[in-house]
Design a protein around this ligand. Structure first.
Ligand code: NDP
Length: 314
């Protein structure tokens, strides 16, 4: 029997609706949360992501502003911009869209963001808060994964969780959050021995490697929950058929666009998983929703608005 599909769009919409209500209450109390996004140069994918973030702010009543310094910007110029945003009280969140151009020292720019405004949760101060379970800003995609599990009533306490991928932005913080939620966590990476065997131990399997459909049925214990973070594009017909042969909807969109999105999990895993996130429409929508939550949370933590605390429940 096919597994339950965990609908990220629906969960993200519910979270955004809650945020929207809270923003309304805060704004009525004289405090409007504000987000500044820095988009350097003309990176097509980044432009799409930033557009989505700004649109979400507008829909929820969050103040937003977009800064678009040119591709030729220096580290010092970006540092000056970040410092200016740090100093403005009405800006609660600062998001530096990655990747930055080659000549820019990205680590220095990210380190310059005031940790209290670091809505991406990448600053080492926030990483430290997460690992020591202190209130802080948590990376959006990992926090979104927890929301999917929580709102789908998938038990985390005591579960065997396996996270494949150890990046600073997805794998490690996801493993840390699962640990904080009392799962027993194993982190895997490219040097892991017997990856399929380790993955098969998982009640909750999180796949964040950026490897097209790599996690097939050999890696999944029947009934397990599978969270697919990967976002990969297929353009090759043979590869398309390996994963989507007979899928009419995909056939149509592939024919129209010449490409289709796929995660790190082979779609056939849905036949044996207990629950699984689709790609697209799984983890992706949560990333923006959690950015909105983080902006609200940063606003609450910085400006202490006395309103019901969605953010404090996290
Ligand atoms: P990184 O490239 O930074 O990290 C990939 C990780 O996967 C590394 O730890 C790497 O191991 C591991 N890995 C790679 N190949 C294998 C393999 N064959 N076996 C086991 N482990 C492997 O990627 P990110 O964490 O930034 O992103 C992961 C995926 O998630 C990407 O597809 C990205 O597009 C997607 N993503 C999706 C988001 C969303 O909103 N849905 C948000 C962010 C990312 P090692 O450390 O040994 O090199």
């Amino acid at each position: 029997m096919a597994g339950r599909i965990l609908d990220g769009e629906k969960i993200a919409a519910a979270i955004k609706a809650e945020v929207g209500e809270e923003v309304k209450t805060m704004t009525a109390a004289g405090v409007r949360p504000g987000l500044a996004v820095i988009l350097v140069g003309n990176h097509p994918a980044s432009e799409i992501y930033v557009r989505g973030k700004v649109k979400s702010c507008e829909a929820l009543g969050i103040y937003s502003e977009k800064h678009t310094p040119p591709d030729t910007s220096s580290t010092d110029e970006l540092l000056a911009l970040v410092r200016d945003l740090n100093s403005r009280d009405e800006i609660d969140g600062i998001l530096v869209q990655l990747p930055l151009p080659k000549q820019v020292d990205a680590k220095r720019v990210l380190m310059a963001v005031d940790p209290a405004k670091d809505v991406d949760g990448f600053h080492p101060v926030n990483v430290g808060f997460l690992s020591t379970q202190r209130p802080g800003l948590v990376p959006c995609t990992p926090e979104g994964i927890i929301e999917i599990l929580r709102r789908s009533e998938i038990p985390i306490v005591g579960a065997e969780a396996v996270v494949v991928g150890r990046s600073d932005i997805v794998g490690k913080p996801t493993a840390m959050l699962l640990t904080n939620h009392h799962a027993t966590v194993t982190i895997c990476h490219s040097k892991t021995r017997d990856l399929p065997g380790v993955c098969r131990r998982a009640d909750i399997l999180v796949c964040a490697m950026g490897r097209t459909g790599m996690i097939n049925r050999d890696y999944v214990r029947p009934g397990a929950t599978v969270i697919d973070v990967g976002m990969n594009k297929i353009t090759d017909r043979t590869e398309f058929e390996k994963f989507f042969k007979g899928n009419e909807k995909r056939e149509k969109s592939f024919a129209e666009r010449g490409s289709t999105l796929i995660g790190d999990v082979d779609p056939h895993v849905a036949d044996i998983a207990g629950a699984i996130t689709p790609v697209p429409g799984g983890v992706g929508p949560l990333t923006i929703a959690m950015l909105m939550v983080n902006t609200l949370k940063a606003c609450r933590m910085r400006r202490g608005a006395k309103v019901p605390a969605l953010a404090e429940t996290r």
